[in-house]
Design a binder for this molecule. Structure first.
Ligand code: AMP
Ligand code: MG
Length: 352
């Protein structure tokens, strides 16, 4: 059964009381609200209500084995959702919350197993977005919220992206404009020694290493390398993917990577395929005469801009009906690591 999906615009810096109060009522009544965070849009439900949580899985078409992140209004609420948060959790919370760091911790009895996919750990964070924070405070409840997209599809960075994926499935979307960071939070398992990054994201490996000393991270396995692919529940191989076939060029030799992209684009043209390129501005002169659809990810030296535009680029090129999307690596520094992870997971083919 399809339901009417309401969209309410909110000021992203000073969200209107009335809109937040209404959204909090919707959450408290067991329904679903999509809202902006600093990373991507989340699809929220009352984390203490397992029926509401099940609605999230149904709306997204998400398998029940893929656990959800629980969002908190403040680090003090850690006591509600976890069983004895260790000292390191408080230290990281102090340093990075509100912000794009999700901590995996032993769960409390109050957190339903539907959220954690049966695990005895729960993933939690405090988001750094005025709308998300206002909603959490008004609800006075933790909110379980995965990204507000159809399962496996590109994550949403605007309210329109959410509407395109979930209209008819959810009750309300708070439209607070485009999100700032554009890729998801870093998921850090602190039940392990040393702590392990399960998913790179908005808080960088370098930032975590500076605080923790040692941090474990196994880069996303290359495509078709099925061994070891299942590191964290829900970290499935093909994910974050556009409809078009995405080809990711990872050769660190820029000239070679660009040459491969041009040659791939020409071959596709010969097969009468429409090509989209998510480009770094410095590469524009090489691609301009290819009759491809170009989407700028900004300068190669500024991966934060690329992160903010990445998912919009995939969706925009899908809307332009391209058959192929070509993009090259932004390097493994800073948020470049998260971009690389998402592009590997979204890719149908990786050219090394
Ligand atoms: P999303 O909410 O769509 O950003 O996805 C959240 C991701 O967090 C999941 O796909 C999991 O990989 C990870 N996650 C959530 N809970 C846990 C947990 N208890 N243990 C390990 N990973 C988790
Ligand atoms: Mg997701």
């Amino acid at each position: 059964m399809r339901i009417r999906t309401q969209i309410i615009p909110v000021n992203p810096h000073h969200p209107e009381e009335e809109a937040i109060a209404f959204a909090a009522l919707v959450i408290r009544s067991g329904k679903l609200v999509a809202f902006p965070t600093e990373t991507v849009y989340g699809l929220g439900a009352n984390a203490f209500d397992s029926e509401a949580v099940l609605r999230i899985f149904k709306a997204k078409g998400r398998p029940s084995a893929d656990p959800l992140i629980v969002h908190l209004a403040s680090k003090d609420d850690l006591r509600l959702v976890t069983k004895g948060a260790p000292e390191i959790a408080w230290k990281l919370a102090e340093k990075f919350w509100p912000g794009p760091l999700t901590l995996v911790l032993p769960k409390s009895g109050q957190i339903p197993l539907e959220i954690t996919a049966g695990l005895n750990t729960v993933a939690v964070r405090v988001p750094a977005h005025p709308v998300a924070l206002a909603l959490l405070k008004k609800c006075q409840l933790p909110i379980a919220a995965p990204s507000a997209n159809r399962f496996g599809h590109t994550s949403p960075t605007t309210a329109q992206h959410v509407y395109d994926d979930l209209a008819g499935e959810i009750d309300l979307i708070l439209d607070g404009g485009a999100t700032i960071i554009g890729v998801e939070s870093t998921v850090l398992d602190i039940t392990k020694h040393p702590p392990r990054i399960l998913r790179p994201g908005g808080v960088t490996l370098e930032q975590l290493t500076a605080i923790l000393g040692e941090v474990g991270y196994t880069p996303t396995p290359a495509l078709n390398d099925q061994l070891g692919a299942f590191r964290s529940p829900g970290q499935l191989e093909k994910h974050y993917a556009p409809r078009a076939k995405l080809i990711f060029f990872t050769n660190p030799d820029v000239e070679k990577a660009v040459e491969s992209m041009i040659s791939m684009a020409r071959q596709a043209k010969d097969r009468h395929q429409q090509v989209g390129i998510m480009l770094m501005e410095e590469d524009r002169p090489f691609f301009e005469e290819l009759a491809a659809v170009l989407f700028s990810l900004g300068e190669g030296k500024d991966p934060a801009v690329a992160a903010a535009r990445l998912y919009d680029g995939m969706r925009a090129l899908d809307q332009a009906r391209v058959d192929l999307i070509l993009v090259r690596d932004f390097g493994g520094q800073g948020i470049g690591l998260a971009i690389r992870d998402r592009l590997k997971r979204a890719a149908s083919q990786i050219v090394t």
